[in-house]
Design a protein around this ligand. Structure first.
Ligand SMILES: [Zn+2]
Ligand SMILES: [Zn+2]
Length: 299
């Protein structure tokens, strides 16, 4: 498998000279489960459709028609905003299979939510005018989808909306992408009688996630905040290098790639972020690096 990062930013795109090194586009990952050539386009899996998917769409559309499967972790702006600009959707003969979670607030399936962002007040072309053959599948925790030789499995993550993490397995290799995820935190103070019981539930949930991740070769994880920033952002639904490294070690994953960077962090800040994360958490059992737009990882 070959993993390529097309968008590494969280919350909102952050273009400009100061962010060009790590990239300004929001979340989008391409997983090529084929030979590494773009000829076998039905082997293409796309995780999230942030603004990074625009350039990916242009690259894929060079070989027409495109056949790919898109998996949306959740429908916050930074994970779907590029989808209306994904050129293969406009190309007759292209086949795009879109997957994602149910919206329990608006009571909409993934098709309903995504068509909403293409309604005329927001976008000039309605989804009904798209020329590709588009299919939708709403996913729940525990579901798996076969894409060519690969299997993509979903698990529920910890975020203010329903958000699915995706495990991609192919040819004996596996990667996991958390999407947006906050480590489980105890809402009770240590002297509260409910603290201990709640802590037990947290450990259970962490272990269940680690069990799901066992055997994964590369963990791609939300690291919006530094370890020092996280306590002030508890409940916002994001993680930090300490929590990501703990999850990797609990699951026995040897390689951790941090992504979903805060839009206020420029390249200089992210280089420091990477150095600090390595100094605090890297070891012989765990390699840590930051994602960069254009970074390709052979798994
Ligand atoms: Zn996000
Ligand atoms: Zn989010």
């Amino acid at each position: 498998m070959r993993l390529v990062f097309w968008g590494t930013r969280g919350s909102i795109a952050a273009p400009g000279a100061n962010t060009a090194g790590f990239g300004g586009n929001t979340t989008c990952l391409e997983v090529d489960t084929g030979s590494g050539e773009r000829a076998a386009l039905n082997d293409h899996i796309i995780l999230d459709a942030g603004t990074g998917i625009r350039a990916l769409g242009l690259a894929l559309a060079k070989s027409r028609p495109v056949r790919c499967a898109v998996f949306i972790t959740h429908t916050h702006w930074d994970h779907i905003q590029g989808l209306p600009f994904f050129v293969p959707l406009f190309v007759p003969g292209s086949r795009v299979a879109i997957h994602g979670p149910f919206d329990p607030v608006g009571l909409k399936d993934i098709r309903g939510v995504l068509e909403g962002q293409m309604a005329y007040p927001y976008f000039p072309v309605s989804s009904a005018e798209l020329k590709a053959d588009i299919s939708y599948q709403t996913l729940s925790e525990g579901q798996s989808v076969r894409v060519g030789e690969a299997t993509v499995s979903a698990i529920l993550m910890n975020h203010p909306v329903i958000s699915l993490g995706y495990k991609v397995q192919c040819g004996g290799k596996a990667l996991f992408f958390t999407g947006d995820h906050e480590d489980y935190a105890n809402i009770y103070k240590p002297d509260d009688p409910l603290h201990e019981e709640y802590q037990g539930l947290i450990e259970e949930r962490r272990q269940a996630l680690a069990d799901f991740l066992r055997g994964v070769d590369v963990l791609v994880a939300d690291a919006m905040y530094t370890d020092a920033e996280l306590p002030a952002k508890t409940g916002w639904g994001h993680s930090c290098p300490a929590a990501c490294a703990r999850l990797a070690r609990l699951a026995g994953i040897p390689r951790l790639i941090l992504t979903h960077f805060d839009p206020t962090r420029d390249d200089e800040a992210l280089l420091r972020f990477e150095q600090d994360a390595r100094a605090a958490h890297q070891g012989p059992d765990l390699a840590i690096e930051l994602a960069r737009e254009g970074l390709a990882v052979e798994i």
